[in-house]
Design a protein around this ligand. Structure first.
Ligand code: PGA
Length: 256
């Protein structure tokens, strides 16, 4: 069975006090009724991960992920955080290849592949982000670009690995811009990704992989996106910073 998931990407936002307040707000608002079968993941800044995990030890609904991971286990890589380190802090998952990391920090499909390997080797689920820029969308070749990101980032993985890999389709032109992909535009890409997964792995694997949509997903448009057959949930940026909005998006997923 495909998992329905709503993940919040906090990016480089919140002070420590704001982060802990947001966690408290989510603990209060994410009731059994709201969450249902939806998997909920939050992704605070690395600095706060330990305290956030600690604040959620008794919470059964919220999993915690990191926003990035390094390719190596340990060594002279000043400022970096490795998968064994994240695993040792009881984290559940890590976001890999977010378009901001591709754009500003030189991440490539190849580096993403290594980071996914590192995550899986350390029992962390990988949330692998893919998506086209505005120019690539306008060129008409966007599907080829997205499938290349899939092919290169997932090179060498086998069907069983896909149990621990979540895909997140995030059109770069929709991230933080307020310009959301239409449900039809998103569904078209999600269906294309699933068709590719069928060819690359098999029909059962394709059916079971969770594919999230991300890019200006808000309480007001979440329901129509989640109503699409191949959109299994969302990777939420701005709207995940307000407990009320994130909760409303989770409720939209649960009730879709
Ligand atoms: P946004 O960000 O919801 O603020 O557009 C989504 C993301 O970058 O994951």
């Amino acid at each position: 069975m495909r998992r329905r998931i709503v993940a919040g990407n906090w990016k480089m936002n919140t002070t420590y006090a704001e982060a802990m307040e947001l966690v408290d707000g989510l603990k209060a608002s994410l009731t059994e009724e709201v969450v249902g079968e939806t998997g909920v993941i939050i992704t605070p800044p690395a600095l706060y991960l330990s305290d956030v995990v600690g604040a959620l030890v008794d919470n059964e609904y919220i999993a915690v992920a990191a926003q990035n991971v390094h390719e190596k286990d340990s060594g002279a890589y000043t400022g970096e955080i490795s998968a064994p380190m994240l695993a040792s802090m009881d984290l559940d998952a890590v976001i890999i290849g977010h378009s901001e990391r591709r754009q500003y920090f030189g991440e490539t499909n190849e580096s993403c592949k290594v980071k996914i390997e590192q995550s899986l080797n350390n029992e962390l689920a990988a949330i692998y982000c893919i998506g086209e820029t505005l120019e690539e969308r306008k060129s008409g070749a966007f599907m080829d670009i997205i499938l290349k990101q899939c092919a290169e980032g997932l090179e060498g993985f086998i069907a069983e690995d896909m149990d621990n890999i979540i895909l997140a389709y995030e059109p770069v032109w929709a991230i933080g811009t307020g310009e959301v992909a239409t449900p039809e535009q998103a569904q078209e890409v999600h269906a294309g990704i699933r068709a590719w997964l069928t060819e690359r792995f098999d029909a059962e694997t394709a059916e079971n992989v969770t594919v999230l949509y991300g890019g200006s997903c808000k309480p007001g448009n979440a329901a129509e996106l989640f109503a699409q057959p191949d959109i299994d949930g969302g990777l939420i940026g701005g709207a995940s910073l307000k407990a009320e909005d994130f909760t409303a998006i989770i409720a939209a997923r649960t009730n879709a």
